[in-house]
Design a protein around this ligand. Structure first.
Ligand SMILES: Cc1cc2nc3c(=O)[nH]c(=O)nc-3n(C[C@H](O)[C@H](O)[C@H](O)COP(=O)(O)OP(=O)(O)OC[C@H]3O[C@@H](n4cnc5c(N)ncnc54)[C@H](O)[C@@H]3O)c2cc1C
Length: 388
């Protein structure tokens, strides 16, 4: 379709920039308003499974991002009980050239999305421009004096747009803190240096470790219980604190050696949105964490934001007039909610399983071994095989 209609996207995170590219590909003019004066992502990693990478590649990101990612062969599931491997899920079976499994540095993904957006004349990216007030008009929305046929709130878990539309919908603290840190791959002894994704399950905690930045850096996420920090903020983390959660009595030497190699810990309280909340009203829709922030245990928060962007562009691309926008946004929400809700639930359940203790942990490890890699892998297919 060709359209010169204007859409405003609030937020230039992964979801907002992907939406801008997908909408531009449908012929819309897109204005992206980002509150930050500079776009900076944390020094942490991101798993991009085939359902997400397929969309990024279709939007032309392969050349910019490809040289920086790692394409792992497997996810190895480890148990803190023995320090050994429970099972190994191949990632080569579900991945294809047009839909690989990628391990990326967040800054590399954001830089690739930004460069691609800046190369498109249809996209006008404005930094240091927070969206604060929105007003409904007869045929769209007025944002800071300018009018548009549609506003997309891709402004993250603490979304201002959501606060205006649905003030009763607020993120809830999950009771868990994500510690994130990185180190040079070369700083880890070869015997414990991961070549793919390693997931460590332990008592009331788990670890995810993988290479990124073309294999030069290692990313680590440690999930532990904790008290909420101020909403929306993260703080530096002290090594002594994290070591307390991964004590010698409960965690094996190989996992502890990886933890000890990290020297730049930061702590993020994990807040989530309730499943199936409201996502649209009139000419305004929410996307990504603004609509459905989730615990990251299925590694799908960004993946769902990327899928949202593609579906939203498809729905809006089918309209010919701004008067059709509310129905298109309703269709977008109807198409997305069942899948996203299932992913939110899967992520929560995974966390509960990873954190089991005592005899329950033993039963989990035995069950996983009995099920075997093929059957465990098949349980991921509904996530990875999704296509527009
Ligand atoms: C520890 C951890 C590990 C994770 N691992 C993975 C993983 O492996 N794979 C995966 O898919 N997901 C993962 N996620 C989830 C993923 O990081 C998020 O789901 C994703 O970044 C959300 O993107 P977004 O664009 O919706 O929001 P955000 O990234 O929060 O972007 C929102 C943007 O909006 C801007 N903004 C805010 N308010 C305004 C305003 N009023 N006006 C204008 N701009 C505004 C912000 O500055 C920001 O740039 C993980 C999350 C955590 C915490």
């Amino acid at each position: 379709m060709t359209s010169s209609r204007t859409i405003v996207v609030a937020g230039a995170g992964i979801g907002g920039l992907t939406a801008a590219l997908a909408l531009a590909a449908k012929g819309f003019r897109v204005t992206v308003l980002e509150k930050a004066a500079r776009l900076e992502e944390v020094g942490a990693g991101l798993q991009l499974s085939p359902n997400a990478s397929r969309i990024l590649i279709s939007l032309g990101l392969a050349e910019r991002l490809g040289p920086h990612v790692v394409t792992p062969r497997a996810v190895t599931i480890m148990t803190a009980r023995s320090g050994g491997e429970v099972t190994r899920l191949s990632l080569t079976a579900s991945a294809r050239p047009d839909a690989p499994y990628w391990l990326a540095h967040r800054a590399d993904l954001q830089a690739a999305l930004l460069a691609e957006a800046q190369s498109r004349p249809e996209i006008d990216l404005r930094l240091g421009m927070p969206v604060e007030n929105i007003e409904a008009t007869a045929s769209g929305v007025r944002i800071g004096g300018a009018e548009a046929g549609c506003l997309i709130g891709a402004d993250g878990a603490w979304s201002v747009i959501r606060g205006k539309l649905f003030p009763h919908l607020q993120p809830q603290f999950s009771g868990l803190i994500a510690w994130r840190g990185t180190c040079d791959a070369a700083s880890l002894p070869k015997e414990i240096r991961p070549s793919g994704v390693q997931l460590w399950m332990g008592p009331r905690a788990h670890l995810v470790v993988y290479p990124m930045s073309a294999g030069e850096r290692i990313n680590m996420v440690a999930i532990v219980p904790g008290a909420p920090l101020a909403p929306g903020w993260h703080t530096p983390g002290a090594s002594d604190d994290i070591n307390g959660h991964f004590s010698q009595a409960r965690w094996p030497a190989n996992a502890r050696a990886m933890i000890a190699a990290i020297d730049n810990w930061g702590c993020w309280p994990l807040y989530t949105m309730p499943d199936g909340g409201a996502w649209h009203a009139g000419h305004v829709a929410l996307l990504g964490d603004a609509a459905h922030a989730m615990v990251p245990f299925a590694a799908q928060g960004a993946g769902m934001a990327i899928e949202d962007a593609a579906v939203l562009a498809e729905c809006l691309g089918a309209t010919t007039d701004d008067r059709d926008v509310p129905a298109a946004l309703a269709r977008y929400a109807t198409l997305r909610k069942p899948r996203v809700t299932r992913v939110q639930q899967t992520a929560r359940r995974s966390g509960e399983i990873y954190h089991l203790r005592g005899p329950m942990a033993l039963a989990r490890d035995v069950t996983m071994r009995l099920l075997g890699p093929q059957r465990l892998q098949a349980r991921q297919n509904w996530i990875y095989n999704w296509q527009l």
